[in-house]
Write a protein that binds this ligand. Structure first.
Ligand code: FES
Ligand SMILES: [Fe+2]
Length: 408
C-alpha cells in the first residue's frame, strides 16, 4: 500500500510533477519510423476507447499515435501535445503541437527543406524550434529572433523513433540489444493505446504469478508454456533495474527476465509450442501518453546463429503480435480494469507481490535521485556504455535451450 502522495509521485507524467520530471531523464520510444522497412505489425483489438474525447479503438488510436507516417503526425507524450515531422532534408523533428504565434496546429503544417511551416500565417520552424521565417512581419523587424518553439531531440534506432524530453544534455540512448543488434531479424510491433496509467501496466511485468492464473486456464496458444503451476518467483535489484527469476514453471521451466528502468521488460521469447529452439529475444516498452493513456511498443529479435537466419518451420512467424493476441487481451482487461489510475492506497498486497513492491521502492528512489540532482537508475552517460547493451545472457528461458533444464 502506498500513501496518496507516493501514488501521485509514481503515476503523474506531466511536466513539473515529481514522476514527470523523473521520466523526462530517459529516452522513450514514441512511434514506429516511416523509414523502417522490416517487419512491422499492429495489434488488432477493437475495444472501443475514447482519447481526446473522440471515439476510436485500442488499435486505431494506437496506430494514429504510434506510427509516424512521414507526414507531420500529431501525438501526445508525457502529457505534452506534439508533432513529429521530417523536414525536406530528411531530418526528424519533434515540436509543440500549437504554433507559438496564434496556436494553430502544426500537424497541418507544410514541410519545407529547412523545417515545418505553419499553415495559418507561414511561420517556419526548424527541428530545433528556431523560427526561420515570418512572411507577414516586416522584413527588418527581427521579431523571429525572439521566438523559440518547443522542440525535443529525437533519434531513430531499431525501427523506432526515440525522444528525449528532459533538461540539459541528453544521456546516451541505451542501445538495448533487441533494438540495436544487426545480426538477425527484427520485428517491430505496435500494441496500441492502452487506456490506463503506465505504471500499472509496467507493474504487471514484475507480477509473474498472474501468468499461471490470468493466462493459465484459458484455451489458446501458448497454454503449453504458461501452465497453471505457481512458479517460485524471486526478484532482485540489478544494475539496470530488476531481475525476475521464475522456477518450476510447467515441465521444470526456468526463466529469468530483466526489467530495465524505466519502462522496458526484456524477455527471452519462446516459440509457440516450445518446439523450436532457436534463440529469440524481445523487449516491450511502455510510453506514457498522459496520466491515463499508454502506448506499447515491442521489438522481437531473432539472432542469426553461425551467421545464418533460421529456416522458420511452417506456422511460425518472427513477431508475437498474433500468437500472443489472447494474452494481450487478458492483460489489457486486467490492467485497464484497475481504473485509469489505480488507487494504491486501497489494496492488500501479499507475499506474491514482492516484485511489485520492489519496483515501487526503486521508482520512488529514482524520483528522489532526480530531486537530489543525480542521475537515476537506467540513465547512462559513460562513453563505455555507448555500445550494444547485450542482455541475451541475462534473460533465460529453458524452452529456448536444446535440453530443458530441470529445476532443483
Ligand atoms: S498561428 Fe502559426 S503562423 Fe500564425
Ligand atoms: Fe500477462
Amino acid at each position: 500500500m502506498l500513501s496518496a502522495a507516493e501514488n501521485r509521485a509514481i503515476t503523474e507524467v506531466g511536466p513539473g510533477t515529481a514522476g514527470g520530471d523523473w521520466l523526462r531523464r530517459y529516452w522513450h520510444p514514441i512511434a514506429i519510423s516511416d523509414e523502417w522497412g522490416g517487419i512491422k505489425t499492429l495489434w488488432q483489438y477493437d475495444r472501443q476507447i475514447f482519447f481526446k474525447d473522440e471515439p476510436g479503438t485500442v488499435t486505431s488510436w494506437g496506430e494514429r499515435l504510434g506510427t509516424f507516417t512521414g507526414r507531420p503526425t500529431a501525438t501526445r507524450i508525457l502529457g505534452e501535445d506534439l508533432v513529429i515531422f521530417r523536414d525536406g532534408s530528411g531530418r526528424l523533428g519533434l515540436v509543440g503541437l500549437r504554433c507559438p504565434h496564434r496556436g494553430a496546429s502544426m500537424e497541418f503544417g507544410k514541410v519545407r527543406s529547412d523545417g515545418l511551416e505553419c499553415f495559418y500565417h507561414g511561420w517556419v520552424f526548424d527541428i530545433e524550434g528556431t523560427c526561420l521565417h515570418q512572411p507577414a512581419e516586416p522584413e527588418d523587424s527581427g521579431f523571429k529572433h525572439k521566438v523559440k518553439h518547443k522542440a525535443y531531440p529525437v533519434q531513430e534506432m531499431g525501427g523506432l523513433i526515440w525522444a528525449y524530453m528532459g533538461p540539459g544534455e541528453a544521456p546516451l540512448l541505451p542501445k538495448i540489444d533487441v533494438a540495436a543488434r544487426q545480426d538477425g531479424v527484427r520485428a517491430v510491433e505496435n500494441f496500441g493505446l492502452w487506456t490506463s496509467n503506465w505504471f500499472q501496466i509496467c507493474e504487471n511485468s514484475l507480477d509473474q504469478l498472474h501468468t499461471a492464473i490470468l493466462h493459465g486456464y484459458k484455451e489458446g496458444e501458448r497454454s503449453d508454456i504458461w501452465g497453471t503451476e505457481m512458479p517460485d518467483c524471486t526478484w532482485e535489484q540489478a544494475w539496470y533495474g530488476i531481475r525476475s527469476i521464475q522456477e518450476r514453471r510447467k515441465l521444470g521451466n526456468h526463466r529469468v527476465s530483466s526489467y530495465v528502468f524505466p519502462t522496458l521488460n526484456r524477455l527471452a521469447q519462446p516459440w509457440p509450442g516450445a518446439q523450436y529452439r532457436w534463440p529469440r529475444h524481445s523487449g516491450i516498452w511502455r510510453t506514457p501518453v498522459d496520466d491515463t493513456n499508454t502506448l506499447i511498443f515491442s521489438i522481437v529479435f531473432t539472432p542469426n546463429v553461425d551467421g545464418k537466419e533460421p529456416d522458420l518451420p511452417p506456422g511460425l512467424s518472427y513477431d508475437i503480435t498474433e500468437v500472443l493476441h489472447q494474452h494481450r487481451v487478458q492483460d489489457y482487461d486486467a490492467l485497464v480494469s484497475q481504473g485509469p489510475i489505480f488507487d494504491r492506497t486501497r489494496e492488500m498486497l501479499g507475499a506474491s507481490d514482492k516484485g511489485v513492491i520492489l519496483f515501487r521502492k526503486m521508482t520512488l528512489e529514482a524520483i528522489k535521485a532526480v530531486q537530489d540532482g543525480t542521475d537515476p537508475v537506467g540513465v547512462w552517460r559513460d562513453p563505455a556504455m555507448d555500445k550494444i547493451i547485450d542482455l541475451s545472457d541475462e534473460v533465460v528461458d529453458t524452452y529456448l535451450e536444446p535440453m530443458p533444464r530441470v529445476a532443483a
